[in-house]
Write a protein that binds this ligand. Structure first.
Ligand code: NAD
Length: 503
């Protein structure tokens, strides 16, 4: 472990602030724990408000220089960041597995996602293009251009401690913004290691201070960022609870907010679905990452013709899944993040029982060190209010339906609107699911589960999920300011809409 930490530039006690190099912090010490064992890995001394002030000042100064670098040149530096991440992929992925309990292929997969983001952003840096439009006035030209915006505040959740940062940071970099990253206190070591790898590239190119990292409490450092008018965009990923607070406060100062919040994602298994495909898709969506993805499958709607046989097969698959060391080859189920997460799981199971749900598999803590719980399948007949909540744990609620329109309506009936899927071989069912009156989610898949999105598309969801879009497609627009320009090359000064003002 010590070797791994030192290869990533970490020590037993780390400072919690970095801006053009490490800063000396003096706040309280928090430990980061390995959720598979409950043992401490290393600790971080938190940053305080004075550190925040130093960082925001430097981020503003750096912006003045960074925004003048041509976007394709910024893209070239992001290419180098991608290379640096490739070089450290194994160590970083392993650290992530140790710190958040993801099985190793997922830890490595997450770093790969950041590398993919870097590749995408290199191309994006040459495509930050605006539209031109025809002016109604003679000899006038109108067009839109996109400018860098300023300092971006990036707040991230514990469960994707590397890739969610990359979705934001690498796009913000090519957009010409500088940034302050405030990661979750549950995964601070992955954040420091990620920052050190990437900021080294920035420093080598003469742009230290463009990226900075601050690890501090929400009540001081988090609040300061959210309320700070010097930060035109806060991009916050986490629970709906957090989004309601952060969104309201940023709106209060008329800042811009990009929210990526919780999900309560469903899969519909239609009567003509490919059975094996659907079982695998549901099992990965519901059990993968121990149910700790924003896109984890939490609800299942199965057609009444197949509900008994499908559920039987699914339960058999669940019963074959063993919990294990996330680093060991073949492990499919790792731990939850901490003791609080286990308590939240147990509280949800208690509600299931009290509300009349039938537990077909799982429903209890696993008796071993760390924070392991059994993946759980609950058969629902009638109403089960707890199924409307996002419990960040592997609990799957199975409902039965007869009419597809009814299944879609029930899928859409929850507050969140992140990810959704249907398994079907019917063209009509698939298109109906994707139609205007189909799924209301930001992500809608056919014959693929709810989790495991690729970075090429815009990622995010509707309703209480917050409406933000990150990663690919045109999500870069959120990180830039749009300017509409009208140029008059005529000898006259005609006014729009036929207005006259002759003096
Ligand atoms: P969380 O809401 O507890 O914390 C997320 C981040 O917000 C942390 O960095 C936390 O310190 C910060 N935060 C919380 N309150 C704050 C405040 N008042 N001011 C400033 N910062 C504040 O979430 P979590 O437990 O880390 O992550 C799990 C949640 O995140 C789930 O709901 C999951 O669905 C969601 N999530 C969403 C996405 C997405 O893209 N939609 C991705 C990952 C996770």
């Amino acid at each position: 472990m010590t070797d791994l930490l030192s290869r990533l530039g970490l020590s037993d006690v780390n400072n919690g602030a970095f801006c053009d190099g490490a800063m000396t912090t003096t706040g309280r010490i928090v430990e980061s724990f390995n959720p598979a064992t409950g043992e401490a890995i290393a600790s971080v001394r938190l940053a305080n408000l004075a550190d925040y002030e130093t960082i925001i000042t430097k981020a503003q100064e750096s912006f003045l220089k960074w925004r003048m670098v041509p976007a394709p040149k910024r893209g070239e530096i992001v290419r180098q960041i991608g290379e640096a991440l490739r070089e450290h992929k194994d160590d970083l992925g392993r650290l992530e597995s140790i710190e958040v309990g993801k099985v190793l292929s997922e830890g490595l997969g997450e770093v790969q996602e950041s590398i993919d983001m870097a590749d995408l952003c290199v191309g994006m840096s040459r495509q930050l293009s605006g539209l031109t439009m025809h002016s109604e006035r003679p000899q006038h030209r109108m067009y839109e251009q996109w400018h860098p915006m300023g300092v971006v505040g990036i707040i991230t959740a514990f469960n994707f401690p590397n890739a969610v940062w990359a979705w934001n940071a690498l796009v913000a970099l090519v957009a010409g913004d500088t940034m302050i990253w405030k990661p979750s206190l549950k995964a601070p070591l992955t954040a420091i290691a990620t920052h050190l790898i990437c900021d080294k590239v920035m420093q080598e190119n003469g742009f230290g201070g463009v990226m900075s990292l601050i690890i501090g409490d929400d009540v001081d450092v988090g609040s300061a960022m959210v309320d700070d008018r010097r930060i035109p965009l806060i991009s916050a990923t986490g629970s709906c609870r957090m989004g309601r607070i952060v969104g309201a406060r940023v709106a209060q100062r008329l800042g811009r907010c990009l929210l990526e919040l919780g999900g309560n994602n469903a899969i519909i298994v239609h009567k003509d679905a490919d059975f094996d495909l659907a079982v695998r898709g549901v099992a990965f969506g519901a059990v993968g990452t121990a149910g700790q993805r924003c896109t984890s499958t939490r609800r299942l709607f199965v057609h009444s013709d197949i509900v008994e046989s499908f559920t039987e097969k699914l339960v058999a698959a669940y019963d074959s899944i063993e919990a294990g060391d996330p680093l060991a080859e073949g492990t499919l189920l790792g731990p939850l993040i901490d003791e609080d997460a286990v308590k939240t799981y147990e509280a949800a199971i208690a509600k299931v029982k009290a509300q009349g749900g039938e537990i077909l598999s799982g429903g209890e803590r696993i008796d071993r060190p760390g924070f392991y719980v059994r993946p759980t399948v609950v058969r629902v007949r009638g109403d089960l209010p707890v199924a409307n909540e996002e419990t960040f744990a592997p609990i799957l609620y199975v409902f039965e339906y007869t009419e597809l329109a009814d299944a879609i309506a029930r899928q859409n009936s929850v507050d969140q609107g992140l990810s959704s899927a249907i398994f079907t071989d019917s063209f009509r069912a698939a298109e109906g699911f994707l139609a205007h009156n189909g799924s209301d989610c930001g992500i809608a898949n056919v014959n693929i589960g709810t989790s495991g999105a690729e970075i090429g598309g815009a990622f995010g969801g509707e309703k209480d999920t917050g409406g933000g879009r990150e990663a690919g497609s045109d999500s870069w627009k959120a990180y830039m300011r749009r300017q509409t320009c009208t140029l008059n090359w005529s000898p006259d000064l005609p006014l729009a809409q036929g207005v006259t003002f002759d003096i």
